[in-house]
Design a protein around this ligand. Structure first.
Ligand code: ATP
Length: 961
């Protein structure tokens, strides 16, 4: 449905949403946005805001005007409405399409007055807190009379209305009054991202171009593409905060990063570089985060230091065959200036700090990043990859800020040295999952039921940290709620659910009951599968009509929702298509491998050799050549896969494992002979086992006397995820039977809840218990819960820096108490408070063989220390207690002293950085007099003077300052 229709049909609801509070604020904010985008003219504004007229009448006038203007105006109006209305209030309002055709409005304003208009929404909010100062500045410069000031300050106006009246009055005072107010805001210390000096003299053509680009970016970013196939949804309605972290996420744990921190100075490691990288796994929300930034910029709500934002999609840049200059790249791929191109471009070149580029999906780019081919001249033509790499490293257009997104594997040292900073995107937090589900479901009861069913299924909840999976699960809530015991456990289960969901929506419910639905749609699956499979082989994610035709994909497939029309900011006019999401393309490719009779026997083994490809290059060539009857043989077969391609192949292999698992074989038998299905299933099981054995053999032998320790090699996590997809304990047992290590180290491996599920699934089959070291990952409370099934195989568990809270500890310790092998735990730098010490107290009371508890860098106070002391009182085994960097203070130290006095096991107590004063240390000294077991008490960086330290050192050498 078109936006104009929606404005008409929803007139009553819109009027209610705008006016029911009785305040004109919503209406005025919508008008601000429309004015800023020049969708309303100044006369329109006066026709709407008639003083003394009823609010409803003003709102009706606005609706009439918007409706009578154009589809574009209605699109912007609806999106402004969504932006302005409080959460939930605009839930029922929707939009069906968003046209990106742009109009050029008559340009009459001079530069500063123009800035006041285009920045009206943000200026209204900035001026609210400083109306008096602004009026003083205008009065001092002679632009405002006392009567003007009184008029603005009328007590009936709210602060935001005063700000609007002030801006309205400045309009009639001319450009120099406008420049006074811009300068005033700029000079305020707290003004943040205010207009710079340059803005005061921005050329007219540049401003026009800026407006055109902004409207274009706004139209491109307002709707979320995953909802494009079957329904339309405003990004603003569904966008949910995601977790952003700096590489050393200790700062983020205590101080989460916000969206604007992507370009803020926080975490910058190389001030000379201009490129920021946002990295994260497939489907974790990188493109959506950029889309949100684009949208906020176009609305004047973020990144306002940048006057121009050029959004690029690497996926789309792949199809650019021509050599281009930078100017052509910007204007042809993003937005074309209607006049004075040279002048506009020159201005851009002269003011790089006003410009930001975004490059989405660096991993999808066909060429790997390289800085070998240098290019400095912005008018020189070059292949697009050369241009892009030179822009990123700053040899072209130095000073332009760049935001890149990519999957992590793809970022090599060559790119890394050009990065200002890297930010990890970790998908949704548990609260984010709930928030997303609530936004997705208008119906409260339905949302509650979905949340409840997720909470009852830890594996699925873990998967939902990935926004794309959270979207699938929400989309398929009916299937989810109806499946009872058999609710999805694996990635494959979730993708099968969305497949079934789209198919069921397509046909009559009766015909699809049972396992026959796949058979019914087999031809469609195979056609889409072939398209996906061939695409993956050629690094092709965008398809032409001809590609579709070659694979037999017909028009009726579009309405199902798997394929969407590709967004394109360039104006080629040709229709292109892409899968709803890259992971869906991988899933169809996997279905093709599993179901097609044209697939060569060697494809599955080759797929599982993907990890070796980078070493030999040979397997990849074979894999590429496996495709039956392809013309691209020669073109593609000799080339080594890029890290991103390798990752896609890994995702496909994961799906192939899941599809060929015994639990899904029955469904496949409706489409394939049992011989084929079983043979392929056996092949997968054999290869998984073989790969795992090979992996274990590569672990170096320990030096004599040392424990045998294994640091996970690349591919280990992928292999265990494949094993988990198979859901056959026999395979997990077989794979683990040969692992003989004492310590398994998986630090800095991007381990989240999903990986924890798979780890626990395989580790529970170990022959002997191990130390499991998972420091510096994103395990979180959900991940902790997923690890519980393998706790009995862990003699020590290291979970430093993993975003774990007291709730996670509650579950962990409740289980840990029952696991007799479990004796050591390290939880440095998590989000723990005194509440967790209650559980440790229990553990200490019950387990007289527990050896070490490390709780450094958390938020434990004297109360927590007292609880630990209570537990220690009846414990005779603990040797080491670490509380560095908490806040136990002297009261905490005194409580622990009471324990030290009688302890026969404690050897080391870590109390550095704990605000302990002389009183606390004195009490420790007294306790140590009665104890000869304790070897060291660490007390560095506490509240002690140098003299006190010198004196106390002499009193007991076991105190370490
Ligand atoms: N912050 C968010 N709020 C709401 N939904 C989101 C958010 N992030 C992602 N999604 C949902 O997840 C889908 C996939 O996200 P997105 O395409 O941004 O992931 P990605 O990391 O770019 O994936 P890939 O690396 O495969 O390109 C989106 O289409 C959307 O439905």
């Amino acid at each position: 449905m078109f936006a104009q229709d929606l404005v008409l049909r929803q007139r009553t609801e819109i009027l209610h949403a705008l006016c029911s509070s009785g305040s004109p604020e919503h209406l005025e904010r919508v008008v601000d946005i429309l004015l800023a985008h020049r969708e309303l003219l100044w006369e329109d504004y006066h026709n709407i805001q008639v003083p003394g007229r009823a609010l409803y009448a003003n709102a009706r006038q606005l609706l009439d005007l918007v409706y009578s203007k154009s589809e574009d105006t209605c699109v912007l109006f609806l999106s402004a409405l969504k932006q302005v209305l409080p959460e939930g209030q605009g839930a029922g309002l929707s939009i069906s399409s968003c046209s990106s055709s742009l109009k050029q409005k008559e340009e009459t304003q001079s530069a500063c007055a123009e800035t006041l208009l285009t920045r009206r929404p943000s200026l209204v909010s900035k001026l609210q807190g400083c109306i008096d100062g602004a009026l003083e500045a205008l009065a001092a410069s002679g632009h405002f009379s006392p009567a003007d000031c009184d008029e603005v300050k009328l007590p009936i106006h709210t602060p935001s209305q005063q700000a609007r009246r002030l801006l309205d009055r400045i309009r009639s005072k001319g450009d120099s009054a406008a420049s006074v107010i811009l300068r005033y805001i700029q000079q305020r210390p707290e003004s943040g991202s205010t207009p710079s000096q340059d803005e005061l003299s921005l050329p007219k053509e540049f401003l026009k171009y800026q407006r055109k680009l902004s409207s274009s970016v706004s139209a491109q970013s307002c709707i979320l593409s995953t909802y494009g196939g079957t329904s339309h949804l405003f990004l603003h309605d569904i966008y949910t905060e995601v977790q952003l972290e700096l590489p050393n996420n200790s700062a983020a744990v205590h101080n989460p990063l916000g969206l604007e921190d992507v370009v803020s100075p926080v975490g910058a490691v190389n001030e000379d570089a201009d490129a920021v990288l946002v990295s994260g796994e497939a489907g974790c929300g990188k493109s959506t985060l950029l889309q949100r930034l684009h949208w906020l910029w176009a609305q004047g709500a973020a990144l306002q230091d940048f006057r121009l934002l050029f959004p690029f999609s690497c996926r789309r840049l792949n199809s650019e065959q021509r050599e281009l200059s930078v100017q052509e790249l910007l204007f042809q791929h993003c937005c074309w200036p209607d006049r004075e191109q040279e002048e506009v471009f020159k201005f851009i070149l002269d003011h790089p700090h006003l410009v930001i580029f975004t490059f989405d999906g660096l991993d999808e780019f066909k060429q790997s990043f390289s800085d070998e081919h240098r290019l400095c001249c912005p008018t020189q033509r070059a292949p697009v990859h050369v241009l892009m790499f030179n822009l990123i490293q700053g040899s072209l257009m130095k000073g332009v800020r760049k935001v890149l997104t990519s999957r992590p594997e793809v970022v090599g040292p060559c790119l890394r040295k050009h990065l200002r900073k890297e930010i990890f995107l970790r998908g949704f937090s548990p609260a984010g999952i709930e928030c997303f589900v609530r936004k997705h479901h208008g119906d409260l009861t339905e949302a509650d039921m979905v949340i409840e069913s997720l909470q009852a299924n830890g594996a699925l909840l873990g998967l939902c940290h990935s926004p794309v999976l959270c979207w699938i699960v929400s989309q398929c809530h009916k299937e989810l709620l109806g499946c009872g015991e058999g609710s999805p456990q694996t990635l494959t289960d979730v993708y099968l659910m969305i497949l079934q969901h789209f198919f069921l929506h397509q046909s009559s419910p009766k015909t699809n009951i049972g396992l026959g639905w796949l058979q019914e749609h087999l031809q469609t699956v195979l056609h889409l599968g072939q398209l996906a499979f061939e695409g993956i082989q050629k690094t092709c994610y965008i398809f032409s009509g001809a590609d579709l035709e070659t694979c037999g994909v017909t028009e009726d497939v579009f309405s199902m929702g798997f394929l969407i029309q590709s967004k394109d900011m360039s104006l080629t006019g040709r229709k292109r298509y892409e899968f709803l999401h890259l992971t869906i393309q991988c899933f169809f490719a996997a279905l093709y491998i599993v179901l097609s009779s044209n697939i060569d026997r060697s494809v599955i083994p080759k797929l599982f050799e993907v990890q070796d490809m980078k070493n030999t290059g040979q397997s990849s060539a074979c894999f590429r050549a496996c495709l039956h009857s392809t013309d691209q043989h020669e073109e593609v077969s000799g080339k080594e896969p890029t890290p991103a391609e390798r990752q896609n192949l890994q995702i496909m292999a994961t799906f192939v494992s899941g599809l060929l698992s015994r639990r899904h074989q029955r469904m496949l038998l409706h489409c394939c002979s049992s011989g084929v299905v079983e043979r392929r299933g056996r092949q997968v099981a054999r290869y998984l086992s073989k790969r795992m054995q090979k992996h274990f053999r590569s672990i170096p032998q320990p030096v004599h006397g040392d424990k045998k320790s294994m640091h996970a090699m690349p591919g280990f996590l992928w292999l265990i995820k494949c094993i988990y997809e198979m859901q056959e304990s026999r395979i997990a047992k077989d794979a683990m039977s040969k692992l003989e290590v004492d310590h398994l180290k998986l630090t800095y491996c991007n381990i989240g809840p999903v990986e924890c599920t798979a780890l626990a699934y395989v580790l529970q089959h170990l022959k002997n218990p191990i130390g499991l070291q998972l420091d510096n990952n994103s395990v979180g409370d959900v991940g902790v819960e997923q690890l519980l099934p393998c706790m009995h195989m862990c003699n020590s568990l290291y979970l430093r820096n993993n975003n774990i809270t007291d709730e996670g500890i509650r579950k962990l310790i409740t289980k840990g108490i029952q696991c007799k092998n479990f004796r050591k735990i390290a939880l440095f730098n998590n989000n723990l408070t005194d509440a967790c010490t209650e559980h440790f107290c229990q553990l200490l009371k019950i387990r007289q063989d527990f050896l070490s508890i490390r709780l450094g860098n958390n938020n434990i106070t004297s109360e927590g220390a007292k609880k630990l002391a209570e537990g220690l009182k009846s414990n005779s085994s603990l040797q080491s207690l670490g509380l560095v960097g908490n806040g136990v203070g002297s009261a905490g130290a005194c409580a622990l002293s009471n324990i030290i006095r009688n302890s026969t096991s404690l050897e080391e107590l870590w109390l550095s950085e704990n605000c302990i004063t002389r009183t606390g240390v004195e009490s420790l000294i007294q306790a140590l007099k009665h104890n000869c077991h304790v070897k060291a008490v660490w007390l560095k960086t506490n509240d002690l003077s140098l003299e006190e330290i010198e004196e106390m050192k002499l009193r007991d050498s076991r105190l370490i300052f």
